[in-house]
Design a binder for this molecule. Structure first.
Ligand SMILES: Cc1cc2nc3c(=O)[nH]c(=O)nc-3n(C[C@H](O)[C@H](O)[C@H](O)COP(=O)(O)OP(=O)(O)OC[C@H]3O[C@@H](n4cnc5c(N)ncnc54)[C@H](O)[C@@H]3O)c2cc1C
Length: 375
């Protein structure tokens, strides 16, 4: 049994904590914030994320029983600049859950598994000074985006509307809109996150990649306003809003080439290891899965050096191919007609439509989408 410190108790840290405590280690989760705590996010819990949290013993019926707010997602909509769009129904159910609710479920699961919790801010340079390296055999860095390399920025707002003012299809549909004003890879989203007492709460936001954002020469709040102004669906919804929370900005650490998930003997997981999808900005699934795999690396190694080597190895075998394929598709999308072409192909070919929607939801690897587009 080892003494393990996990700094950061988001989805990555709680998943690692859960699996390590269940396998008999003495685990301390350290977070600068007490729980429940919010995290700025689109709140999209993809099909892949649902699969990943089932490894922590959280199943859809637990979400329905325990989550105070959630919306099941049955349709994925992709559209470009009000001109072309396709909505695909999927039989596999995804969810949208406000992070303040979702992260609490994972935190409670980690605590039930036997983790201890400390509220403390730990900066990387303080680890030695605060004695973490003396007190613990292994340190896992799960501090999220600021511990990784920031390469994208996003903003989200919550809008509340009356359900009767919206078409029923919107209640269970995750919408992603590519808009020329957001660069070729940027997008806006409209996600339902809860339906209660005849009201619907929507998470509305935009995400842009820094390389494109810097060229746009406009601040992200203005970009958000511009998206709302340009997008017909967002405009219609805004006209019916009964209350709203002001938008909040937060960065992302999406995948990068030649990624190292260890820093000496420190093991990096989740956003701290740049594991977020480079096309959709979806990071919860890989955060949770990286917690599982890092626990495997610890359980299956004999020395601390082997742990670090094995975590890098497991990262390369389980995550890298898909993230690289995502980066390849992202590079192709520098030609702006690709967004139109993709949605046109989805409209023409039901198989492509299903593959693309399932890839957005994380169940189909990007390599398979690239292969399906060749036929
Ligand atoms: C606007 C936006 C929209 C997004 N939308 C989606 C989406 O719809 N679906 C999706 O799957 N992903 C989405 N993502 C990405 C997703 O939010 C992240 O990938 C995910 O939160 C990563 O989990 P994590 O556990 O690695 O980090 P986090 O969830 O950020 O958790 C890190 C934890 O570390 C703690 N911490 C930080 N610094 C310290 C410190 N110095 N000392 C102690 N504790 C510290 C924090 O308090 C936090 O609790 C979005 C991101 C943004 C910014």
């Amino acid at each position: 049994m080892s003494k393990i410190a996990i700094v950061g108790a988001g989805p990555a840290g709680c998943s690692a904590g859960y699996h390590l405590a269940r396998s008999g280690h003495d685990v301390t989760l350290i977070d600068k914030q007490a729980f429940p705590r919010d995290k700025v996010c689109g709140d999209g819990v993809s099909i892949e994320s649902i699969q990943a949290i089932s490894m922590m013993g959280i199943y859809p019926h637990d979400i329905k029983k325990l989550a105070l707010e959630y919306a099941p997602i049955h349709h994925f909509f992709l559209g470009v600049s009000n001109q072309i769009g396709h909505s695909e129904q999927t039989n596999l159910e995804a969810y949208c859950i406000p992070r303040v609710v979702f992260d609490q479920l994972l935190y409670e699961r980690a605590m039930d598994a036997g983790c201890h919790f400390l509220t403390q801010t730990v900066h990387k340079n303080d680890w030695h000074r605060q004695g973490l390296d003396d007190a613990f055999d292994t340190i896992i860095d799960a501090r999220g985006v600021y511990a990784g390399e920031v390469n994208a920025i996003a903003i989200r707002a919550y809008w509340t509307l009356k359900q009767q003012d919206l078409p029923e299809s919107v209640l269970n549909e995750a919408q992603i809109h590519f808009d020329r004003s957001l660069g070729v890879n940027g997008y806006g989203w409209i996600f339902p996150v809860s339906t209660q007492h005849d009201l619907i709460k929507l998470n509305v936001g935009v995400g842009v990649w820094l390389d494109e954002y810097q060229k746009l020469n406009i601040n992200v709040i203005q970009l958000f306003k511009q998206f709302i102004q340009n997008n017909q669906t967002a405009q219609q919804m805004l006209s019916k809003v009964v209350s709203q929370q002001p938008p909040k900005v937060f960065p992302l650490a999406t995948a990068k080439k030649g990624n190292k998930v260890t820093d000496g003997r420190i093991l990096k997981i989740g956003d701290a290891a740049n594991l977020t999808d480079p096309l959709t900005g979806e990071g919860i699934a890989n955060a949770v899965l990286s917690g599982f795999h890092v626990a495997q690396a610890i359980n299956m190694s004999r020395t601390a050096d082997q742990v670090a080597e094995n975590w890098q190895y497991l990262y390369e075998s389980h995550f890298e191919a898909d993230l690289r394929a995502g980066l390849r598709i992202k590079a192709l999308r520098k030609f702006s007609f690709m967004n139109y072409l993709l949605i046109w192909l989805m409209k023409q070919n039901p198989r492509v439509a299903q593959q693309v929607s399932h890839a957005v939801a994380g169940v189909v690897p990007y390599n398979e989408v690239l292969a399906s587009l060749k036929y």
